[in-house]
Design a protein around this ligand. Structure first.
Ligand SMILES: *Cc1c(COP(=O)(O)O)cnc(C)c1O
Length: 518
C-alpha cells in the first residue's frame, strides 16, 4: 500500500494550513481534562471493557432495571463537585460505562432476537470513536472530506447491486430510515405539486382533488407519520390489500387505486416495503413498478430493514425490480450491521435528490458550486449537522469487502428458515408465515387453549420473558391477534438457540396457564 503525503492531495500544495504559535498555556485543570495521556488511559480501559463484553456469548434476555432505581444509581455516580473541574476518576468512569453496557440490550448475545438491532461488527466501534474524537460532521465537504468521499464510493459500491447507470443516480445519508422515508416523500410531493413548497397545502389540490399516498397495509409507521408531517394528511392514505404472504397484492392494488381516484384522491406516490417490520415480507417491486409507471406514481421503497439483502447473491432476488424504483431507503444499521443511525437514501434520478427541500436545483444558488461544494449534501438532507455515519460502513467495506455483510445476511436468513422448519415439527406451535428473510412470527398454542385466549397468552408470554427470560423477543399483532416475533440479527444465534427459546416459552406458559385438575 502506498503511504500518502497529504501535500499530494492539496489543491494548492505550496500552502500550509498548520502553524505552531507560542501561545500561553491553558488553565491547568482544563489541560488535564483535554490531555492526550488522559484520553489514552481512558480509551484503553474502555476498549478492554468492551472486548470483555463482546467475548461473552451467554444467552441473555433483557434484564430490565427499575427506572427509578436506575436513575438513583446513575445520580449516585455523578460528581458532586460544582465549583471547580472535578479531577479525573478512573473508577467513576469504569462504573458509569459498566452500567451503560450492562443495562443495554445485549446485541452480542445469541439470545437477542427481539428487534432489528444489529449485533454490530466490533470494528465499527473503533471507527465511531475516531468520528467522535475528531468530530467531523458531514453535510459539507469542508468539514468532512473523507466522509463525503466515502459516501460517493459507497453509493457506487451498492449501486453495483441495484444496477443504475453510473453518474445518473444520487445517494444521501440520513439519520435513520424514518427521516429517509420523510425525505423521499417530500421529493415525490414537490415533484408532483411544485407549488406545495411555497403555498403549502393550498398548492397541492388541483381541481378539488386531494394529494394522496398509497401504501401496503403493513407499512411502517414512519411512512404514515411522514404523510401527516408533509401536509398530505393520514386520511389521504390509500391502504393497499396484502396477499397471503403479507405482500402488496399487485392484482388487488389497481382496483383500490381506481376507487381512490373516484373518491377525489390524487395519488402521487406508492410506498413499497422491502422487508416489512412485522413479518419481513418483500413487496413485489417489479409488478409495482409496472403499476407505478402506468399511473405516473413515484415508487419509493422502504428497504430500511431488507435493503442490506442487496449484497447477498442468495437473497438479492427478493428486491428484484429495484432498478425501476424512484427512491429506496436502506438502513445500514439494520442488515449491514453498523451502529445506528446509518441510512442511505438512493434516488434513481440524481435531479430528484434536490427536490425535497427546494423546488429548484442548486444552480439557483448565486454562487456556482466549486470542486469542493459539489460534494456538499446540506441542500439535499434534512440535517444541517449530521454524523459522519458512512464511515463505519465504508471502513468495514474497505477492510473486508462485501462478503462479510453477505455472509452474515445469509447466515441470519438461513437460521430463520431453519427455525421455521422447527416450528413445523412442533404441534403446539404455529408459524404465522414462511419467512422470506430473518423475521419469523409464530404463536404458542398448547392443547385445549380456547380460541379466545390465544391473543392474551402470547402477550403474557412476551411480558413474562421480557421481565425474567433468557431471551429478548418481541410481539406483533397479525390480523388482530398477537403473535410472538423473532428477528435474527446476531451471527452467534443458531437454530439450537431457537429450540431453547421454544422450551422457555413452554415453561413460561406452564406457569401462566391454569393447572389441569385431576
Ligand atoms: C426500522 C424501520 C423503519 C424506521 O427506520 P429507523 O432507522 O428506525 O428510523 C422504517 N421502515 C421499516 C420497514 C423499518 O423496518
Amino acid at each position: 500500500m502506498n503511504t500518502l503525503r497529504l501535500d499530494d492531495l492539496r489543491a494548492s500544495p505550496s500552502v500550509h494550513s498548520a502553524v505552531k504559535l507560542g501561545v500561553p498555556a491553558i488553565p491547568l485543570e482544563l489541560s488535564e481534562v483535554f490531555a492526550s495521556e488522559t484520553f489514552r488511559t481512558m480509551a484503553r480501559s474502555t476498549v478492554d471493557l468492551l472486548a470483555e463484553h463482546i467475548s461473552d456469548d451467554l444467552v441473555r434476555g433483557l434484564d430490565l432495571a427499575d427506572p427509578d432505581r436506575l436513575t438513583a444509581l446513575a445520580r449516585g455516580l455523578m460528581t458532586t463537585e460544582r465549583d471547580v473541574v472535578a479531577p479525573l476518576d478512573e473508577d467513576r468512569l469504569a462504573a458509569i460505562l459498566d452500567l451503560y453496557v450492562r443495562t443495554g440490550i445485549q446485541v452480542h448475545s445469541p439470545g437477542a432476537m427481539g428487534r432489528q438491532f444489529s449485533g454490530t461488527l466490533p470494528l465499527a466501534g473503533v471507527v465511531e470513536l475516531v468520528g467522535a474524537v475528531t468530530n467531523q460532521p458531514s453535510s459539507f465537504y469542508e468539514a468532512a472530506q473523507l466522509p463525503s468521499v466515502a459516501e460517493r464510493i459507497m453509493a457506487d459500491e451498492l449501486n453495483q447491486f441495484i444496477g443504475w447507470q453510473s453518474g445518473s443516480f444520487a445517494m444521501v445519508t440520513t439519520s435513520g430510515g424514518s427521516l429517509a422515508n420523510l425525505t423521499a416523500l417530500a421529493a415525490a410531493r414537490n415533484k408532483r405539486f411544485p407549488r406545495f413548497w411555497t403555498e403549502g397545502a393550498a398548492g397541492g389540490s388541483a381541481g378539488g382533488r386531494r394529494p394522496a399516498v398509497a401504501v401496503g397495509d403493513d407499512v411502517h409507521y414512519s411512512v404514515t407519520r411522514a404523510v401527516g408531517i408533509l401536509g398530505i394528511g393520514e386520511d389521504q392514505l390509500v391502504r393497499l390489500p396484502l396477499n397471503r404472504a403479507r405482500q402488496i397484492s399487485v392484482e388487488l392494488a389497481g382496483p383500490v387505486l381506481d376507487a381512490a381516484a373516484r373518491r377525489g384522491l390524487d395519488v402521487f406516490a406508492l410506498v413499497a416495503t422491502a422487508g416489512t417490520t412485522s413479518v419481513g415480507a418483500f413487496d413485489p417491486l417489479d409488478g409495482l413498478a409496472d403499476l407505478a409507471a402506468a399511473r405516473d406514481l413515484w415508487l419509493h421503497v422502504d428497504a430500511a430493514h431488507g435493503g442490506g439483502l442487496l449484497v447477498s447473491d442468495e437473497y438479492r432476488h427478493l428486491l428484484h425490480g429495484v432498478r425501476r424504483v424512484d427512491s429506496i431507503a436502506v438502513d445500514a444499521h439494520k442488515m449491514m450491521f453498523v451502529p445506528a443511525p446509518c441510512t442511505l437514501l438512493f434516488y434513481r434520478d440524481a435531479e430528484d435528490s434536490r427536490r425535497p427541500f427546494r423546488q429548484d436545483a442548486s444552480y439557483v444558488f448565486d454562487e456556482e458550486p466549486d470542486v469542493y461544494t459539489r460534494l456538499d449534501s446540506g441542500d439535499r438532507n434534512f440535517e444541517c449537522t449530521k454524523r459522519p455515519m458512512i464511515m463505519a460502513l465504508w471502513v468495514l467495506w474497505a477492510m473486508h469487502g462485501p462478503a462479510v455483510f453477505a455472509g452474515k445476511v445469509d447466515h441470519l436468513c438461513r437460521v430463520t428458515s431453519a427455525a421455521h422448519d422447527v416450528l413445523l415439527d412442533e404441534t403446539d406451535f404455529e408459524a404465522c408465515h414462511r419467512p422470506e428473510a430473518n423475521i419469523l412470527c409464530f404463536r404458542y398454542l398448547p392443547p385445549n387453549l380456547p380460541e379466545t385466549a390465544v391473543h392474551s397468552l402470547q402477550l403474557a408470554i412476551r411480558n413474562r420473558i421480557k421481565e425474567h427470560g433468557k431471551f429478548f423477543l418481541s410481539k406483533v399483532d397479525l390480523d388482530g391477534t398477537a403473535a410472538l416475533r423473532v428477528v435474527m440479527m446476531n451471527h452467534r444465534t443458531t437454530v439450537e438457540h431457537f429450540r431453547l427459546l421454544l422450551a422457555e416459552i413452554r415453561a413460561v406458559a406452564a406457569h401462566l396457564l391454569p393447572h389441569p385438575t385431576g
